[in-house]
Design a protein around this ligand. Structure first.
Ligand code: FPP
Length: 258
């Protein structure tokens, strides 16, 4: 452990990525990493580019980070691609964001399959345009047998909406005698969330200097380690993810105990 810390602290730039990965794997890596990919618009503005150029660059970063996360042995990577609040953006931007999953999966799906990555999604499907949903559902189908990392897209996702929907389903099941009110506990309730079957995130990363959760996985993040950086998402590099995991490994998680 001592050796490990010393190497990183003093010579971080001189160590290559493969060595860092090998080093990080000596300690437990987070099973589930969730990312709020923020700052695409500001990244573009700084370069006098349209906001959508930032989103396009951001999409390329998702590819890079997916591969690295998979190599690191992270079991689930959740990326916040579109929130229930993002519909308020100009139509042009919304349309562009809804085209990105097609472009991403159109070019990247073969590689995801090769990497044994399994695509999933959380979010309300109803409002998502057909062409977007078709692309995501095809990727989910084509990777359903894969046994490697889960790449979980949060698309038209909002945590409060998720919790409300879960509550309604719980009430329905109680009314229909499928579950008993006395059976209801945190574990059973979490089975009604869109993340059913996934572990809770161990590490949440948010880029761009904003220090808030923005209605993202509020239930699931109860004990998650939070990691923030000022870097805009399109500038988020492999080194940043490695640093986040490195910092995670130094934290002591007590879950309310001592
Ligand atoms: C927040 O930045 C980012 C989003 C709302 C979209 C995130 C989408 C991507 C990174 C593209 C990836 C998509 C796929 C399908 C792989 P912002 O626009 O709020 O930035 P700002 O706060 O600087 O304006």
């Amino acid at each position: 452990m001592e050796m490990f810390l010393k190497r990183w602290k003093n010579k971080s730039d001189s160590i290559n990525i493969a060595d860092k990965i090998a080093d990080l794997k000596k300690l437990p890596v987070p099973d589930h990493v969730a990312i709020i990919m923020d700052g695409n618009g500001r990244w573009a503005k700084k370069r006098a580019l349209p906001r959508i150029a930032g989103h396009h660059e951001g999409m390329k970063v998702v590819k890079k980070i997916t591969k690295l996360a998979s190599n690191l042995g992270i079991k689930t990577l959740t990326v916040y691609a579109f929130s229930t609040e993002n519909w308020k953006r100009p139509q042009l931007e919304v349309d562009y964001l809804m085209k990105l999953p097609e472009e991403f999966l159109g070019t990247f799906l073969p590689e995801l399959i090769e990497e044994n990555v399994k695509v999933q999604m959380i979010g309300q499907k109803e409002a998502i345009p057909k062409h977007t949903l078709n692309a995501v559902e095809k990727a989910i189908r084509d990777t359903s047998e894969n046994t490697g990392m889960i790449l979980n897209f949060a698309l038209n996702y909002g945590s409060r909406a998720e919790i409300m929907l879960a509550m309604k389903e719980v009430f329905k099941d109680i009314k229909n005698g499928i579950i008993d009110e006395n059976q209801l506990d945190e574990q059973l309730f979490s089975n009604y969330l869109m993340t059913d079957g996934l572990p809770e995130p161990d590490l949440l990363i948010r880029t761009s200097g904003e220090i808030r959760l923005s209605n993202f996985m509020l239930w699931q993040l109860a004990y998650t380690e939070l990691w923030f950086t000022d870097v805009y998402w399109p500038d988020f590099s492999e080194e940043h993810l490695l640093q986040a995991v490195f910092d995670f490994q130094k934290r002591s998680r007590r879950y309310g105990g001592v």
